[in-house]
Design a protein around this ligand. Structure first.
Ligand code: AGP
Length: 609
């Protein structure tokens, strides 16, 4: 989704705006632009395509000024084009603004404004907002913004320049993230933390319908009624390097290589490794509550949904608690049966996914116990859930989720152990032995990374395939869902996950000579069944790659290649099995010359429906 930056201070703003937009580029975009107050007027510079196109224009036609806003646009209303790129202005050229989100009633507002004589040049809802504020402006900027907020429906994060208030930036948001920062001589606004880190670590997360007025000497905050409010600052301890690529060609590979450390960091937040015990007070349910739980609902999107599918396996197997998993966009418009006191968990790396936020708000509205697994401190979901279980993956810049998925699995697995222990289904000793095996996981993962050439070699021979089928049973089926998403979203190769036992009910009709089938066969009690499923596809011409949990009978005879994980307790295999799947997707995408970190049509955080 789009990225917003704003700066007002003593420095030339254009280099700062460009650097901030670059830091947000991972969010996905197709055009970019800046608006700068140069002391006499508000000037715009916009370009379609990559940020480098905008930089070239700004070198050719520099914009001088120390107050400005910038935007990278991920097209929703109107095609990616110069005309539709932000910033947008009112007819009088007195106001310039940038916008993230979707104004759902923009057509009605546009008709009203046209009747007032406004002339539009773009197809965007954003230009409607600029004209709306321009039509409401009677000399008081704050009043105009407040009035516009009351008329707009949908989601918005806005940064606004008014000609009459030079060096000031007005910001507001609703259902779209915005973070504000201040250093000793400047104020900053951005859609996400990485754009602010080079300047300040103490940031303020804007809440819905609040307004921030940024000036070089500080920031004033107001509520939706125009009354001054105090906001607390959150200190961000990410290191700036963590949000940079380092020596890696892609953020995705860097983040895959960070998984062993992310695993260790997250594990240590929830267990005492030395004493091999859970920090039970951190988990959401007391002993009594855990014993009384009848069901847990988990709702999320994309990779986070796939993590939830594994969470279901972990919690049902170890804690004996029924778990219902749902896709947030289905859940929010479905007929969810949620009673006051029911427990609902949401999982979100960004904490800003619109559908997941909506599901959380629905559960909060019905008096449910809400728990979030989230990777971003201060994000909307982290702020609005009753209990937050943070993952400690650090900033994840690549659109394809990797380390965030792994750390979500850790928190889900430990939640399952906590519930199992509190519900009397697992002894402290049994839990301790799992923790002991988890503590050894980073080294196992590192060995997989150290021996990645085999995966790279396989990808160099397989990347021209048109279809890939990932099959598995039980835990492996849930894992196959994530493996398939990784491959399709960065390599654009059609790939699907299927329950292996389901193939014969239709999908096996698609298997032909040369089809690539990746068989995840890490569950000992299902191995024989998997071996026969592998034989079914092999005898029909498929090339079979098997991933097993140690040596596995019957697999070698029915696969053309076998990647053997070091033997481990079968519920722990996803932590290692996902690595070869992520690496396979990465190498196939690199072989195809795809934009690995920023795949076409995708954004890192889907902040609109
Ligand atoms: C997965 O690689 C994608 N990045 C996407 O499916 C993502 O997992 C999904 O949009 C959910 O995002 P969230 O975890 O930030 O809510």
């Amino acid at each position: 989704m789009c990225g917003i930056v704003g700066y007002t201070g003593g420095e030339a703003c254009v280099p700062i705006l460009l650097e901030g937009l670059e830091a947000l580029a991972y969010r996905g975009y197709d055009s970019a632009g800046v608006a700068v107050f140069d002391g006499e007027k508000i000037s715009l510079c916009k370009a379609q395509g990559q940020l480098s196109n905008l930089s070239v224009l700004l070198r050719e036609q520099p914009l001088a000024g120390s107050c400005g806003i910038g935007h990278t646009r991920w097209a929703t209303h109107g095609e990616p084009s110069y005309v539709n790129a932000h910033p947008h202005m009112d007819d009088a050229k007195q106001i310039a603004l940038v916008h993230n989100g979707i104004i759902e009633n923009y057509q009605n507002l546009k008709q009203m404004l046209i009747q007032k004589g406004c002339e539009f040049v773009s197809e965007t809802d954003t230009e409607v907002v600029a004209q709306l504020i321009g039509s409401l402006y009677m000399g008081d900027c704050l009043s105009a913004v407040l009035a516009a907020m009351r008329l707009m429906e949908g989601s918005f994060a806005l940064s606004i320049l008014f000609y009459d208030e030079p060096r000031t930036i007005y910001c507001c948001c609703k259902d779209s993230p915005m973070v504000v920062g201040h250093s000793e001589s400047a104020s900053f606004v951005a859609s996400d933390i990485p754009a602010l880190l080079p300047y300040t670590r103490d940031v303020c997360f804007m809440e819905d319908k609040q307004i921030a007025v940024l000036r070089p000497d500080g920031v004033d905050y107001f509520n939706e009624f125009g009354l001054p409010i105090e906001k607390t600052l959150t200190h961000i301890d990410w290191d700036v390097e963590a949000a940079k690529k380092g020596n890696f060609e892609h953020f995705m590979m860097k983040e895959i290589f960070e998984e062993p450390v992310a695993f260790k960091k997250t594990l240590e937040q929830y267990v005492s490794v030395k004493e091999l015990r859970l920090k039970t007070d951190i988990f959401p349910w007391s002993q009594e509550e855990a014993a009384a739980l009848k069901k847990l609902s988990i709702v999320s999107c994309g990779t986070a949904y796939h993590a939830a599918l594994l969470g279901k396996k972990f919690i049902e197997r170890m804690a004996g608690l029924p778990v219902e998993v749902d896709i947030a966009s289905e859940f929010r418009y479905g007929d969810a049966v949620l009673e006051p006191g029911d427990s609902l968990m949401v999982i979100s790396q960004s904490g800003e996914t619109a559908d997941t936020i909506a599901a959380l708000r629905m559960a909060n509205g019905r008096g449910c116990r809400t728990v979030a697994i989230c990777n971003v401190i201060g994000s909307t979901i982290a702020r609005e859930a009753e209990t937050v279980l943070f993952t400690y993956a650090g900033p994840e810049i690549a659109v394809a989720a990797t380390k965030s998925y792994l750390t979500q699995l850790i928190v889900l697995y430990l939640t399952a152990l906590d519930l199992a222990q509190k519900r009397g289904r697992m002894s402290a000793e049994a839990v301790a032995s799992r923790i002991l095996e988890m503590a050894a996981m980073p080294e196992r993962m590192q060995r997989i990374l150290d021996n990645r050439e085999r995966i790279q070699y396989f990808a160099s021979r397989a990347f021209s395939v048109k279809h890939v089928f990932f099959i598995g049973r039980g835990i492996d089926h849930a894992l196959a869902m994530e493996a398939a998403l990784k491959l399709k979203e960065i390599s654009y190769i059609h790939s699907e996950a299927y329950a292996a036992g389901e193939l014969k009910h239709g999908t096996i009709a698609l298997i032909e000579e040369g089809s690539l089938v990746v068989a995840l066969a890490t569950q000992p009690e299902l191995l024989k069944k998997m071996a026969s499923n592998m034989e079914e596809v092999r005898v029909r011409g498929a090339r079979v790659l098997a991933v097993t949990n140690g040596p596995a009978d019957g697999v070698a005879a029915n696969s053309h290649e076998q990647w053997e994980l070091e033997p481990m307790e079968e519920t722990l295999t996803p932590f290692c099995a996902i690595l070869p799947m992520q690496l396979l997707a990465y190498y196939m995408a690199v072989q195809k010359g795809c934009s690995v970190d920023r795949p076409r049509n995708l954004a890192k955080s889907v902040t609109v429906e």
